[in-house]
Structures are given as structure tokens and as C-alpha cells.
Design a binder for this molecule. Structure first.
Ligand code: AN7
Length: 400
């Protein structure tokens, strides 16, 4: 694959595509996958199924694709929700529709295919939940061994059920996600595990297809894309996808990328608000949106690049605002997402109030994970079922 290589995002040192490496050995920064693209011809993919591999011209070439038919998720026009916000053009890209219920599947189909291509036997990740569920499924499909390290007691029930069911070795680490990721990095050096967290640049290649799908579904790029940010891989991936299509002349406008973080876990939003190019990590991140309970986002540098390059923004939301947004979305549009995903909706209100988006702009919010991942939250925060005797008179009374 002489048309593809890895390149440091800071000092631009190049590495052959098949080097198993996650950070630059010269300056320590993350890597990007780079390509010498052939002249793009949209006709070459227009007839293909609506899925991640539809865009294989822009992805690593692999001999065997490990796929569960990921991508091709719905883009819903949300007029009832838009009306609540006093805006006109709001869509939701619902990534909960992926095979394991989150956007991570887009990354894993590419990342696990690469793991096979590179001859890895065991794949590993640290995870706040969704990454572990997704990796476990794709490792099963690929026939690879899978080790996942999760912060003990701090991942949603559904995600844990998935990782266990797909047969991963699940290690509950006594510490938070950041500590678990550190542990995976150290263990991978000792044990030769192939890491599939978002510091793996190949995983982000799959995730950039969210941008391509949105552009094709709308017929043009939106004005803004709003999404929750944790380890900051997704915002970085979407930025890379958009940048590549712009450079290839496939689109003219680039959407502004707006990242939303939970107040107790918002190092990137804090950096943005101070207009800084560096991030101050948070030692003890806290939020009920456990998916984004991350204090040391590995992709901070790529994420700030995404925000500043697109004239985007970052904002924080409280847990209370997240829960309200989760209910609002479910009850106006019939879309049930997990709390972290609702951060993008909660953030929209704040971004509009702050005047960072005009009311007539075309806005896409990305909801990253399915609501059933975390059944405990609605059980705790919503109305309890009304207990009744099987008697129509009682029903009549209750419903009056
Ligand atoms: C539903 O599973 O980090 O900013 O280990 O599950 O790309 O990290 C999950 C992250 C947003 C944040 N929404 O994405 C993990 C993990 C949901 C998520 C994010 C996650 P990034």
C-alpha cells in the first residue's frame, strides 16, 4: 500500500502504513493516516450500498473487510424539536442505529480489518462502554481474541452486557477511563496487544464516513455539526473526512464543528473558551453521562485543530441539561438516545443562546449511542409505571 502512510500531526514525520505505532517516536504527538488519492469520481461509489465501505476509495485498502454492515444510519429532519428551539433546519444523524448501537462500529470495521491485515492475534481497548461493546463484536466476527478494560462500576449496563456476551475478556479496572487507557497502553507494549482506542489512526478513518453520509443525505454540507466529545476521536475523524473531500474538490463549504462536553469532564471546552491551543487535563472527571466521563482526551490536539480550523466551538452542559434534552428528544421526535448523545441536543440550546449559530442555519446533531445501552437512567429519571388491577373502571379513573 504505497499510496498510504502514517504521519505525525505535529512534526510530520512519516511512517510506513504497517508500522504498529500510535504516537510519533520523535515528538510524541498522534498520527494521521495519509493517502495519495486517485482522482475522485463520485460515480464510482454512488451505486454502492449506503454503509461505511461505500467510501472505500477514501479508506485503507484491506484484503478482508471485517464488517457487520455498519453505517448507513438515518438522518432525521426534526421539525418538532426545531420548533422548540425556534429554528428551522435541524437534523439528527442517529448513530444508535449501528450494529452494536453506537458510532464506534464505523471505526471498528476499519480498525479490526487492519488488525487482521497486520496479523494481530489479540485486540484491546480501554472503554467507557461503547468501544468495548463494539470491539468485542468485531473481534468475534474476525476470530480475534479481545481484551477490554473498563472503569469498574462506571459503565452502563447494556454496554457491559454486550462486551460479556460477545465473549471479550472484560477487566474491571479500579480507576477511571483515563487510568484504564494508560493501562492498555502499557500492557500493549509488554504483551503485543493491538490497541483499538481512538488513538489508533485507522479507527478514525472509519468514523470519518459520518461526514460523508451527512453530506450525501443532505445533498450538500450542513452549516454546523454538533456532537458530544469525550476522548475527542469522533470530532477529529469528522474533521479529517471533511478536509479530505474539500481538498479533493468534492465539496466547497465546510461545516463548523461544535463539540459538547459534560461540565465535569470538559477539558477541551475549557481550552476553547480561553482560546488556548493547549488543554489542561482533569484528574477526576465526573458526569452521569458515563460514556464521556473522560478527563484526559487523547485526541485533544486533533480536536482543537478541528474546532479552530472550521471556525467551530465547544460548550459545556450540566447533567441536568443532558437529562432534560434526552427526554425532550425522545418525546418530540421518538428518538431514544443514551445520555452522552443527548449532550449534543443540550448543547444546541446553549450554542443558540450564545449566538454562536444563527437561527436559519442548517444544523446536524449527531446522536452517538442508543438509549437502550443505559436502561438505568430512564428508570431513575422518568415517571414510574402506574400499577393497576385488571379492571376497566380503574383504568377509566386513572386515565381521567
Ligand atoms: C455514546 O466507549 O470513549 O469524543 O470508550 O460512547 O470520540 O471519544 C465512548 C465515547 C460520545 C465520545 N458518545 O466520543 C468509549 C468511549 C458516546 C460515546 C462519545 C462516546 P469521542
Amino acid at each position: 500500500m504505497e499510496n498510504m502512510w502514517l504521519e505525525c500531526i505535529r512534526c510530520h514525520k512519516k511512517f510506513p502504513w504497517n508500522t504498529v505505532i500510535y504516537t510519533c517516536d520523535q515528538c510524541g504527538a498522534l498520527l494521521d493516516v495519509k493517502y495519495r488519492f486517485e482522482e475522485p469520481n463520485p460515480e464510482s461509489w454512488r451505486g454502492k450500498p449506503f454503509s461505511v465501505w461505500r467510501y472505500e476509495n477514501f479508506l485503507p485498502k484491506v484484503r478482508e473487510k471485517v464488517s457487520l454492515n455498519e453505517g448507513g444510519t438515518s438522518l432525521y429532519k426534526c421539525d418538532r424539536l426545531a420548533e422548540k428551539f425556534g429554528i428551522k433546519n435541524l437534523w439528527i444523524k442517529n448513530e444508535g442505529e449501528n450494529p452494536t448501537g453506537s458510532f464506534k462500529d464505523r471505526g471498528m470495521t476499519v480498525g479490526v480489518s487492519l488488525a487482521k491485515e497486520l496479523g494481530s492475534r489479540t485486540v484491546a481497548c480501554a472503554s467507557t462502554g461503547n468501544t468495548s461493546a463494539s470491539l468485542a463484536a468485531y473481534a468475534a466476527k474476525a476470530g480475534l481474541k479481545c481484551v477490554v478494560m473498563i472503569p469498574s462500576g462506571k459503565i452502563a449496563l447494556g454496554k457491559l452486557a454486550q462486551a460479556i456476551m460477545y465473549g471479550a475478556i472484560v477487566l474491571a479496572v479500579e480507576g477511571n477511563f483515563d487510568q484504564a487507557l494508560n493501562l492498555v497502553e502499557q500492557s500493549s507494549k509488554r504483551l503485543g496487544l493491538y490497541i483499538l482506542n481512538s488513538l489508533n489512526p485507522y479507527r478514525l478513518e472509519g468514523q470519518k464516513t459520518i461526514a460523508y453520509e451527512v453530506i450525501e443525505q443532505l445533498g450538500e454540507p450542513p452549516d454546523a455539526i454538533i456532537l458530544p466529545v469525550g476522548n475527542a476521536g469522533n470530532i477529529s475523524a469528522i474533521h479529517k473526512g471533511i478536509t479530505e473531500w474539500k481538498q479533493l474538490g468534492l465539496i466547497e463549504q465546510t461545516p463548523r464543528l461544535i463539540g459538547i462536553q459534560a461540565e465535569g469532564a470538559a477539558p477541551i471546552a475549557h481550552a476553547y473558551k480561553k482560546k488556548k491551543r493547549e488543554v489542561t487535563f482533569i484528574e477526576n472527571p465526573e458526569t452521569l453521562a458515563t460514556a464521556i466521563r473522560i478527563g484526559k482526551p487523547v485526541n485533544w490536539e486533533k480536536a482543537l485543530r478541528a474546532i479552530y480550523d472550521t471556525n467551530g466551538a465547544a460548550e459545556t452542559v450540566t447533567d441536568e441539561q443532558i437529562l432534560q434534552a434526552q427526554k425532550l428528544l425522545a418525546r418530540t421526535e421518538g428518538i431514544f438516545v443514551e445520555p452522552a448523545s443527548a449532550a449534543s441536543i443540550a448543547g444546541l440550546t446553549k450554542i443558540l443562546d450564545a449566538g454562536l449559530i444563527d437561527k436559519d442555519e442548517r444544523i446536524v446533531c449527531i446522536t452517538t449511542g442508543h438509549g437502550l445501552k443505559d436502561p438505568d437512567t430512564p428508570i431513575r429519571t422518568c415517571e414510574k409505571p402506574i400499577q393497576v388491577k385488571p379492571d376497566p373502571e380503574i383504568i377509566e379513573k386513572v386515565l381521567q
